[in-house]
Design a protein around this ligand. Structure first.
Ligand code: ADP
Ligand code: MG
Length: 230
C-alpha cells in the first residue's frame, strides 16, 4: 500500500457530533458480520453523503476495525479535498478502467485502520465502469481484508450509479437533509436501493437544526447521543 500521504481533516466535525457517529458505528456493528459493504447515498446532492461516509468510516476505524472508504461519486468527488492529499493520486476509475493495479489505488490515512480508495479522474463513462466485473471482483477481494467497506455514492435521484453500487453491497444508508426533501422522494430512493438487493439499513437525518427542531433531546443520529447529558 502507498505510504501515508492523505491526512484526515480533523476539523470536519465537532466533538458532540462525533459522539453521534460513534453511536452510529456501534449500531452498525450490532447488525452483525454479514453487513460489511455499505453504500451511502441520498436523494440529491449536498445532503451530506460524503460527510457521513467519512465520519462513519472514521468512527468505525476508531473502534479498532479495519475500514476502507471508497469514493464512488466519481462525477463529483470531494473526498480528496476533505482528506488533504499530497501529490498525484490515482483512484477507483483508474483501477476499473484497467490503467493501474489495485495496489496503486489504496492509500493509508493518518487515522489508524482507515484506508481510502479515492475516485480517480472523472471518466467519460462512470456508469459502465461501475457495471464492469472488475468492480465486483475488487469488492470481494477487499471483503476478506477489511471489516467494513463504506462507499460514498452519487445521489439516487440523479444517476443510476448508486443502485449499481448498492447491488454489490450488503446494506445501504440514505442520508436525508432535514426539511429539504419531500417524503415521497425519500420513499422512492429507499425503494430503488432495496430493489438492488442490498438490505436497507435506514435513514440518517442530517443537518437538523437542533435549536428549532422538534426532535428535541434525541440528537441527530438516534436517541443515544445525548444520554446522560443535560
Ligand atoms: N450535519 C451537518 N451540519 C452542517 N453542515 C453539514 C452537515 N453535513 C454536511 N454538511 C455540509 O454540507 C455540505 C454538503 O455535504 P456533503 O457531505 O459534501 O454532501 P454530499 O456528499 O451529499 O453532496 C458540505 O459543505 C458539508 O460540510
Ligand atoms: Mg459527496
Amino acid at each position: 500500500m502507498t505510504k501515508i500521504d492523505i491526512l484526515y481533516n480533523k476539523n470536519i466535525i465537532s466533538k458532540e457530533l462525533s459522539e453521534h457517529y460513534t453511536a452510529l458505528a456501534t449500531n452498525i456493528q450490532f447488525l452483525g458480520k454479514d453487513i460489511k459493504k455499505i453504500v451511502v447515498s441520498s436523494v440529491q446532492e449536498n445532503e451530506g453523503k460524503s460527510t457521513v461516509s467519512i465520519n462513519l468510516a472514521k468512527s468505525l476505524a476508531d473502534l479498532g476495525l479495519k475500514v476502507l472508504i471508497i469514493d464512488g461519486d466519481t462525477r463529483n468527488s470531494v473526498m480528496l479535498a476533505r482528506f488533504k492529499a499530497r501529490g498525484k493520486v490515482e483512484g477507483l476509475t483508474s483501477y476499473l478502467s484497467g490503467s493501474v493495479g489495485i495496489e496503486n489505488v489504496l492509500y493509508e490515512t493518518d487515522v489508524n485502520n482507515l484506508t481510502i480508495l479515492p475516485s480517480g479522474q472523472i471518466p467519460p463513462n462512470p456508469t459502465s465502469l461501475l457495471q464492469s466485473r472488475n468492480f465486483e471482483i475488487m469488492l470481494s477481494a477487499f471483503e476478506k481484508y477489511y471489516d467494513y467497506i463504506i462507499i460514498d455514492a452519487p445521489p439516487v435521484g440523479a444517476v443510476i450509479d448508486a443502485a449499481i453500487i448498492a447491488k454489490q453491497c450488503d446494506g445501504s444508508i440514505l442520508v436525508v437533509q432535514s426539511d429539504a426533501i419531500k417524503r415521497k422522494f425519500v420513499k422512492k430512493a429507499k425503494d430503488q436501493l432495496e430493489q438492488s438487493g442490498s438490505k436497507f439499513l435506514g435513514v440518517i437525518l442530517n443537518k437538523v437544526d437542533m435549536e428549532v427542531s422538534s426532535y428535541g433531546g434525541y440528537g441527530i443520529y438516534g436517541n443515544y447521543g445525548n444520554y446522560g447529558k443535560k
